[in-house]
Structures are given as C-alpha cells and as structure tokens.
Ligand binder design. Structure first.
Ligand SMILES: [Zn+2]
Length: 236
C-alpha cells in the first residue's frame, strides 16, 4: 500500500509530480505532500510550477484535489510540475499540532482528563477536555509542566499499524475521539515518546524541542465538565 507523501516524509516541502487530473474542481497529482486537512489540522497551501508558470494552491477539497486560486492557469493532464508547500505555514502547523499532543498527554497523566476535541491554526490551537473541576492554579501549572516536557526533547514518531493492532492498544484507544471507521484497515499512530500515543493523520515535528516554549493563554469553562484550553506558540 502506497501511503501519501505527507505520511512517508513529514519534512517534504518540495517535490516533483505529474498531473493526473485537471478540472475546474481541482488538480490531482500522482504524488502529493499537501495535507488534506483533518484531525483539527487545516489543509496545506502552496504552489505548482510548470514551465515557468505558477498555479497557486489555496487548499484541498473534500475529494482530495488541490484547489487552485481562482483565475490562475491550470496545468494540463500529464504535465510535470514542481510542487512546493507554503513551508512557513506548514512548519507552524506541525509545531502547533505536536504542542497539542503534549498538552493532551500532560492533562491526562497529571490531571486525569480526556480530550474531547481540538482545532488549530498556525501557532495557535485549542483542546477541549472533560475535566469536572479545575484545580487551583491549573493554567500556570499546566503551562509549567507542558514546557518541562517540551524541554525534555521527547522524540515524536509516526507508525502505521493494522486496525486490530490499534484496537488492542489501550493508550491509543483512550484518546480515540471517534471510533475508528470499519473501512479503515490501517491506522497511523503519532507517539510522543513516553507521554502520548494516539491515532492521528496529521503532520508533526520530530521532537518536542522543535515546538518551542508555549503559553497556555486561556482556560475557559464551556459547560459542565467542559474546559477549553488555548495554546499559543512563539514564531520561532
Ligand atoms: Zn492530533
């Protein structure tokens, strides 16, 4: 099975590809590192270059095709292209996504709460937790511990396992926000070594130090037991 390039190489920011489909709905390449969006991480943006012509890509549609900026020229089927991600945006999203996994691991380990949802933009994200009562000093304590874990420079690895293997992994299933759909035969696991392992399709940095020192900007109560934690990352 051929996994997408953004799984095989999370660092791939530029690559060569051939246009398989080109229609007003979008462009499909034979090889793509554009993250399609999902799991709270928005889709990548970037550009396709072919013979000195540029097609800007503003996102990925529901069918997985690259959405060109309206009015940009479209590469014909069969055209070889050099594809490039907006790497500043993508690297920011990788750091942000990894930061949220560290927060998730710490909140479960030290405060016993499970994540119920998450969302992010470059350098800012939120995680929702089922935490019945908020302990005194929770915000500053969480920030301190999360940054301590980031400074440990824990490795962040990705592996693909069978559905059965994922279902048998108690740690992975603990953080599964939705049951793994029956048609999914292979599950990708993102493992922040010694802290958090979860089924995840997104893109991550290779170790926690690359996240940088984060700020827990806000802890909001959204209802009974429903807490929303907002995380902000530095530019570099
Ligand atoms: Zn995730």
């Amino acid at each position: 099975m051929n996994h997408p390039l953004y799984w095989r190489d999370q660092q791939a920011m530029s690559w060569t590809a051939t246009v398989l489909v080109s229609s007003p709905d979008g462009v499909t390449l034979d090889e793509s590192a554009f993250y399609p969006g999902g799991g709270g991480q928005p889709a990548d943006a970037g550009v396709l270059e072919w013979g000195g012509v540029f097609t800007r890509v503003e996102g990925v549609n529901g069918a997985g095709a690259l959405v060109p900026v309206e009015g940009d020229p479209m590469p014909p089927v069969g055209t070889p292209v050099v594809a490039r991600l907006d790497d500043v945006r993508r690297r920011s999203l990788m750091r942000t996504h990894s930061a949220l996994h560290v927060v998730c691991g710490v909140v479960f380990r030290d405060f016993g709460a499970l994540v119920t949802g998450s969302n992010m933009e470059p350098l800012t994200g939120r995680m929702d937790f089922n935490l019945p009562t908020v302990p005194d000093g929770f915000k500053s304590e969480l920030e301190r511990i999360v940054n301590e874990e980031i400074a440990r420079d824990r490795a962040i690895s990705a592996r693909v396992v069978s559905r059965d293997e994922a279902l048998a992994d108690a740690e992975v299933m603990r953080t599964a926000q939705h049951l793994i759909p029956a048609q999914v035969e292979q599950v990708r696991i993102i493992d922040v070594e010694g802290l958090d392992a979860q089924a995840d399709a997104g893109t991550h940095v290779a170790s926690t130090k690359q996240i940088g020192e984060v700020t827990i900007a806000k802890v909001e109560s959204k209802g009974k037991g429903f807490r929303r934690v907002r995380v902000v990352l530095p530019t570099t």
